[in-house]
Write a protein that binds this ligand. Structure first.
Ligand SMILES: [Zn+2]
Length: 414
């Protein structure tokens, strides 16, 4: 076996033959002179052989995956061909996307690395600069997602995420049935979400949406009610629970501000306790909260109301659930706790959007799960320069399209 043949086998690629090789930079770089397998000269559009017109003078260079810490470069002088159908053009390059400076295999490895490690680490393993990495990632993901259409969206979830300190927000649209992100847009205003419904979905697709889930913001509710005429709107359970928790915490904060030194001592550590669901509480936690009956009536009262509200999610009969809700609101409104009263008003205003939960059981729980992954992605990157870079990683890790799977199959090796 010739050494060129050996390298060819080692690199395990059927798309080209190795004609020659040399090392550069004290063996740090391996340069392979290659040619397409079976002599190429194929039209990139119809894959038919064309008449060779001329060979480019300057060879083109593609970066391949490093081997044993050595950078690998492929060089080839593409030819201009004359296709009977498509006319004069550059022959098809089987190992790389048009205009790409890296091979498909490099792209594949890059995508896989970026789903499991920081971009910085991936860049180091692939021996490229971190800035080159995000550019490459953006180019690949944009190319792969071009022409991609959202399909069969029946359960839609809308939420907002912050992607940068200083209150930079984006709107995220989820397919709750298939648990993935279908769209990300800058901002969290009505215009943003209108753009999604207007540009990404046809009227037929909008009519096909059966249910929608969002928080209590008028922006998302308004959009869902306008664009999805056949959808049952269910307010997201997690957002409601959070709003109630915040209301209880508001009571705690108020009491904290009023308390003297010894009083503050008694209120210490309550914050996390208040946010806990009863099922996650230890016996000791519950005792601490119960002892508030003597220690601080106001916090105790708000906590009891919060605990009672948990029952709402257990109902399976809509009539019973409504009775419960009305009863709860009646008691809560008399609590003389301002933040709780505000919560009751919200609940009353949105009652008809809360009750369908009993029957549909739709929540953004899936979205919450995805948001956790998104958070990991965000933390891993320690912030993003812009939304584009963030969206790239979201689409890559939890998007509706499996991006690495879009790379030409024979190059999907690590
Ligand atoms: Zn052609």
């Amino acid at each position: 076996m010739s050494i060129a043949k050996f390298i060819e086998r080692l690199l395990k690629i059927k798309a080209f033959c190795v004609k020659n090789f040399r090392f550069k930079d004290r063996y740090q770089e391996l340069w392979l002179e290659i040619k397409p397998y079976k002599n190429g000269a194929l039209c990139p559009y119809c894959q038919k052989r064309g008449r060779i017109v001329r060979t480019l003078v300057e060879p083109r260079v593609w970066r391949d995956v490093p081997v044993c810490g050595r950078e690998v470069f492929l060089t080839y002088r593409p030819r201009e061909i004359d296709c009977r159908v498509h006319g004069r053009l550059q022959e098809d390059i089987p190992w790389a996307a048009p205009n790409a400076r890296v091979t498909y295999r490099f792209e594949y490895v890059l995508l896989i690395y970026c789903t499991i490690m920081t971009q910085k680490a991936a860049a180091r393993l692939l021996k490229i600069a971190a800035s080159t990495m995000s550019d490459l990632l953006h180019r690949i993901i944009t190319r792969v997602r071009t022409g991609h259409k959202i399909r069969k969206l029946k359960m839609i979830g809308i939420d907002e995420i912050s992607y940068r300190k200083g209150h930079k927000y984006a709107t995220v649209v989820y397919d709750l049935e298939r648990s993935c992100v279908v769209w990300i847009g800058a901002g969290k205003v009505r215009d943003t979400i209108d753009r999604f419904f207007n540009e990404e979905l046809s009227q037929y697709q909008r009519n096909q949406i059966e249910s929608g889930c969002c928080d209590m913001s008028e922006t998302f509710i308004g959009a869902l009610e306008k664009w999805c005429p056949n959808a049952t709107l269910v307010l997201d359970r997690f957002h409601i629970v959070k709003a109630l928790n915040n209301a209880v915490d508001e009571v705690r904060k108020e009491e904290w501000r009023k308390a003297d030194k010894s009083g503050k001592k008694g209120l210490k550590g309550l914050r996390w306790l208040i946010y806990k669901h009863s099922s996650n509480r230890s016996e000791e936690d519950t005792q601490t909260l119960k002892s508030l009956y003597m220690g601080n009536r106001r916090i105790h009262r708000s906590w009891v109301l919060k605990d009672e509200f948990e029952q709402f999610w257990e109902f399976s009969n809509i009539k019973r659930a409504e009775e419960f809700l009305d009863g709860w609101c009646k008691i809560a409104i008399r609590s003389r706790l301002e933040s709780i009263k505000t919560f009751v008003e919200t609940i009353r205003r949105h009652k008809h959007r809360l009750l369908p939960f009993v029957e549909i059981r739709l929540t953004n729980a899936v979205a919450e799960g995805l948001n956790r992954i998104i958070k990991i992605v965000k933390n891993r990157a320690s912030g993003f320069r812009n939304l584009e870079a963030f969206s790239d990683l979201i689409y890559l890790t939890v998007g509706d399209l499996n991006i690495p799977d879009q790379i030409v199959p024979k190059f999907r090796t690590i």
